[in-house]
Write a protein that binds this ligand. Structure first.
Ligand code: SAH
Length: 352
């Protein structure tokens, strides 16, 4: 029986060095291999052309490179591309390329399904099947970078962790992926162009605030009233707004960067003056800016976006309180690629 080969990307550079030394080879080979894996993003030892044939054979003998495959690409009329990403064990997640006039943003997944239970989100219906590995997150970014170069003649410029899953429930792998995406021997992207979005896990927000990397933080708030938020996001019972508020204050104290609040206004749910008052009060206590985002219907009759007059009331009252507010429109709705719509509708979820 042959032992299962180890995925080479689960080794850090030090472990790679040790491997080569143990094989009687020179440790600097590790740098070459590392570069192929994390800068060029190759998925095959044969592609590592500056290594000798015998080194490539040695690697093939000991390791595999588990990697994603893009099973299906769907293109929206607005240029958005949704990828069905097949993982090495057959599970599928989705990632999205969002082009604007000047940028290309990758929206990547961090879990297969999601740990949380937001009532208005299609991904929540899938339940969490497993966390993605750092290389599976990295591969989504690399694939979208290649698509951006191919279809839009420019490299990827921004990354948002707003695909499937709760990034802070897969903390170590998300951080490892960001490390590979940002370090010069990796993709070399600026952390300032990366946004991690969370539904609000206070302990992990604090931990994130202590990390040296300076990426941005977004919080899916949707209501600044605890009881209303618990209706929308039942897990919020465990993570009260008072603790989230303190965690975001800590984030600001450490990073000096405002958190972006994601907020949908629904008819009959958070469309009253007291909802606006609560949000304004929250923003006064925590340095934030607000994105009023469009609700993308997922077929549940309980949820209907509030009329524009209510959204305009939110906007003007936030502005009056000197809080930066932007109204965001969704992209890629015609292919179910917009926020909250990622649910593997175009593929069958099978595990090997
Ligand atoms: N779990 C993280 C990362 C997912 S981001 C988080 O919640 O922040 C996905 C974003 O889309 C979140 O802001 C989420 O609240 C929002 N969203 C979920 N369902 C949606 C829907 N049906 N329409 C619009 N936005 C939705």
């Amino acid at each position: 029986m042959t032992a299962l080969k180890k995925d080479i990307r689960s080794l850090d550079k030090e472990a790679l060095r040790t491997f080569f030394e143990q094989q009687g080879d020179r440790a600097f080979r590790a740098d070459q291999v590392y570069q192929w894996l994390w800068q060029k993003g190759v998925h095959d030892f044969e592609a590592m052309t500056n290594l000798s044939v015998s080194t490539r054979e040695l690697l093939t003998e000991h390791f595999t490179i588990n990697h994603i495959a893009i099973d299906r690409q769907q293109r929206s009329s607005d240029g958005t591309i949704k990828n069905a990403v097949r993982l090495h064990d057959g599970l599928v997640v989705e990632s999205v390329l969002i082009p604007t006039a000047t940028r290309t943003t990758a929206c990547v997944s961090s879990q297969v399904g999601c740990s949380l239970d937001c009532t208005f989100c299609a991904t929540a219906l899938l339940k969490r099947m497993r966390n993605l590995h750092a290389d599976e997150i990295f591969d989504q970014v690399k694939a979208i970078d290649q698509q951006s170069r191919l279809y839009y003649q420019r490299p990827l410029s921004n990354i948002v962790f707003m695909g499937m899953g709760e990034p802070l429930m897969n903390y170590p792998n998300v951080l490892k992926a960001i490390d590979k995406i940002t370090q010069p021997q990796g993709l070399g992207m600026s952390p300032k162009r990366i946004t991690v979005s969370t539904s609000g896990v206070p302990k992990m927000i604090r931990k994130l605030a202590d990390e040296p990397l300076n990426f941005k933080l977004a919080l899916s708030l949707h209501s600044a009233r605890q009881a209303v938020r618990e209706q929308l996001m039942p897990f919020a019972q465990k993570f009260p707004l008072s603790e989230i508020e303190e965690a975001l204050q800590y984030w600001y104290a450490q990073k000096r960067k405002k958190t972006t609040l994601e907020y949908i206004v629904w008819q009959g749910i958070n469309d009253q003056q007291e909802d606006i008052d609560a949000l304004v009060a929250f923003c006064r206590r925590v340095p934030t800016k607000v994105n009023l985002i469009q609700y993308n219907a997922i077929g549940d009759p309980r949820f209907k976006q509030a009329p524009h007059s209510v959204i305009a009331a939110y906007q003007s009252q936030l502005e009056a309180a000197r809080i930066t507010v932007t109204i965001r429109h969704s992209r890629g709705q015609d292919i179910d690629a917009a926020c909250g719509q990622l649910a593997n509708r175009s593929t069958t979820q099978t595990s090997a």
